[in-house]
Ligand binder design. Structure first.
Ligand code: MN
Length: 498
C-alpha cells in the first residue's frame, strides 16, 4: 500500500551559546551518538535525522521553517541537553506546523556519583532545561507528545516509535480523498456529517461521483483481465459452492473481479484512497461490491458502507498509521451486529453485509455466493472468514452538529464458541472493555455509531493523540471506564469544545 512518502523525523537538541565551545561540542557529540544508536536499535518505523544544536532565536526559527518546507519531514523531536531559554523558541514554535515530540531524556542514565562536579551539572541539565522548554510549549497551547525516560530504554523507544505512527497519520490525513459513489443511506443519522468541516479539521476531500461513471469503468474491464483475476481468486481462496452450479458460481465471482479492477482503475486515475458505496444505489452495477471491496481494503483503500464517508476516511487513515507494523494483524471497516448476552460469554458479533477486510482473517479464506437480504441485485460473491484473537481498538468518528468526537474503545477479540455454518459473511467477535455492559453503555452515551474503523495494530493512545492533534474531542472507553466518571467527562467536554 502506498502511504505517500519516505518520512523522516528530525532530532533537534536545544542549548544556548553561553556554555562555551567545549561544552557545546559535547552536546553535539552526545546528540549524534543518541541519534545513531536510536536508528541502529531497529525500533523505529522511520529514520531519525540529526540536526545541529539549536542555540539562538534565528536558528530555531530557521530550523522549524525548514522542517515545514521539507515534505519528507513528518515531525520534529526536541530535547534540551542544557538550559535553553524558552523565549528563544517562541517564534519558531509559532511558525511550526508539523507534529512535535518532546523527548525528556538525558545523555547519561546514572548520576556519576564519584566524579560529578558543577561542570557536569551545567552540561547535563535536561531536568532543568526541559522544564523551561515545556513551559513555553504549554503556555503557547501547542499540542505535542511528551515522552520521559532514558533514550536507551526500550519502553521509551517504543513510545517514540508509536508516536511516529501518529505523526504520519497527522501528516497523511490531509492527503485522504474519499470517493462517494452513493449518498448516505436515506434517513440514517450517524453516517451523516459536515464535509466542509471535515476538510477544515482533517484535510479530507470528500467528493461525489455518479455511480454509473464508475459502473462504466467496470464495464470497460476486458474479459481477459477479469478471467485472470478470477484465476487468482480460485488459486488463493477456497471455493465454497454449497450446492450452487459451478459455472453459475464462477460467473458471479467474475462480476466481482471486474468490479475490483474497474473500481481500482477509477480510484487510481482520479487519485482517491477511500470509497463509499450503498446497496440501495448501485446504478448499472450487477452486484453490491463485496469481494471487490474486501480486496481493495486489503490493498489499503478505506471503505465505508451506506455512504459512510467518515468511517471510510478513518479506515484509510488507520491503514496508513499501521503500515509496516511487524506481524500486523489487520485493520478493517466493521459493524456491530448481534450480541451474545450469555453471562460470562458476552460479546458483540461484528460483520457487515459483505465488506470486511481480509487483513484481519485468521485461517483460511473462502468465497461464497449468497443472496443479499436487502437491495435488488444478483447474489454477490464475498470472502468469508473468521478473525484473529487479541486486543484491538474500535473507533467511531461522529459529528455532533457543532463538532466532531472520536470514540475509542479497547476491545478483546475472541473466537465464537461454535462455527456459524449458515452465516455467509466474514465476522469478528469481541468484548468491549471494561465489560460488555459498561462498554456498550458508554458507547451509546457518547453517541458512537454502529460502523467502526477497527485495528489490531494501533493503540487507543495513538488514536487519541491523532484526535488531539486535529483539535477534536476524543473519549476513551477502556479498563478504567466507569459510567459515573464517563458521563461527567462528556459534560465537561461539551463545555470545553463548545
Ligand atoms: Mn452498515
Amino acid at each position: 500500500m502506498k502511504t505517500g512518502r519516505d518520512y523522516k523525523f528530525w532530532f533537534c537538541t536545544g542549548s544556548q551559546d553561553l556554555y562555551g565551545d567545549e561544552c557545546l561540542k559535547k552536546v553535539a557529540e552526545h546528540s549524534k551518538i543518541m541519534v545513531a544508536e536510536l536508528n541502529k536499535s531497529g525500533m523505529f518505523p522511520y529514520e531519525i535525522v540529526w540536526k545541529p544544536t539549536l542555540l539562538t532565536n534565528a536558528m530555531i526559527r530557521q530550523t522549524f521553517n525548514e522542517a515545514n518546507a521539507d515534505e519528507n519531514c513528518a515531525g520534529v523531536i526536541t530535547w534540551m541537553h542544557t538550559f535553553s531559554p524558552a523565549k528563544s523558541w517562541i517564534l519558531g514554535l509559532q511558525e511550526y506546523r508539523k507534529p512535535l515530540l518532546h523527548l525528556h531524556t538525558q545523555f547519561n542514565q546514572e548520576i556519576p556519583y564519584d566524579t560529578i562536579d558543577m561542570d557536569f551539572m551545567n552540561e547535563n541539565q535536561s531536568a532543568h532545561g526541559d522544564r523551561e522548554y515545556g513551559h513555553i510549549v504549554t503556555r503557547m497551547g501547542i499540542e505535542r507528545k511528551v515522552v520521559v525516560g532514558h533514550w536507551s530504554d526500550k519502553k521509551v523507544q517504543e513510545k517514540v516509535a508509536s508516536w511516529m505512527r501518529t505523526a504520519v497519520g497527522i501528516m497523511e490525513s490531509s492527503h485522504i480523498r474519499v470517493m462517494r459513489v452513493a449518498d448516505n443511506m436515506r434517513n440514517v443519522a450517524v453516517t451523516e456529517g459536515d464535509k466542509v468541516e471535515a476538510q477544515i479539521k482533517f484535510g479530507w476531500e470528500i467528493d461525489a461521483y455518479p455511480v454509473n461513471e464508475i459502473a462504466e469503468a467496470v464495464a470497460a474491464v476486458s474479459e481477459a483481465d477479469t478471467n485472470a483475476l478470477v484465476e487468482e481468486y480460485y488459486s488463493k481462496y477456497q471455493i465454497i459452492l454449497e450446492g450452487r452450479d459451478e459455472k453459475e458460481f464462477r460467473q458471479h465471482v467474475a462480476v466481482q473481479a471486474q468490479i475490483e479492477l474497474g473500481f481500482e482503475r477509477f480510484l487510481e486515475e482520479k487519485n482517491y484512497q477511500a470509497i463509499v458505496t450503498h446497496f440501495g444505489d448501485l446504478g448499472a452495477l450487477k452486484q453490491l461490491p463485496g469481494l471487490a471491496i474486501q480486496r481493495l481494503m486489503e490493498k489499503g483503500y478505506g471503505f465505508g458502507g451506506e455512504g459512510d464517508w467518515k468511517t471510510a476516511a478513518m479506515v484509510r487513515l488507520m491503514k496508513i498509521m499501521a503500515a509496516g507494523v511487524k506481524d500486523a494483524k489487520g485493520t478493517s471497516f466493521m459493524e456491530d451486529y448481534t450480541y451474545n448476552l450469555v453471562p460470562g460469554k458476552e460479546g458483540i458479533l461484528q460483520a457487515h453485509m459483505l465488506e470486511v477486510c481480509p487483513t484481519i482473517a485468521d485461517g483460511p479464506i473462502g468465497i461464497k455466493v449468497n443472496p443479499l437480504s436487502m437491495g435488488d441485485r444478483e447474489d454477490p460473491a464475498r470472502l468469508v472468514f473468521t478473525s484473529k484473537e487479541g486486543p484491538a481498538v474500535a473507533t467511531s468518528l461522529i459529528d455532533l452538529g457543532n463538532r466532531f468526537r472520536l470514540i475509542i474503545n479497547e476491545v478483546d477479540c475472541k473466537k465464537v464458541e461454535k462455527p456459524m455454518p449458515k452465516l455467509p459473511v466474514a465476522t469478528a467477535f469481541w468484548t468491549p472493555q471494561p465489560d460488555l455492559y459498561t462498554g456498550a453503555e458508554a458507547w451509546i452515551l457518547a453517541g458512537g455509531a454502529h460502523h467502526t474503523a477497527f485495528s489490531y495494530d494501533l493503540t487507543a493512545e495513538q488514536m487519541g493523540d491523532w484526535a488531539a492533534a486535529m483539535g477534536i474531542e476524543a473519549v476513551y472507553i477502556d479498563k478504567d471506564t466507569t459510567i459515573r466518571q464517563f458521563k461527567n467527562e462528556l459534560k465537561w467536554n461539551s463545555v470545553f469544545y463548545r
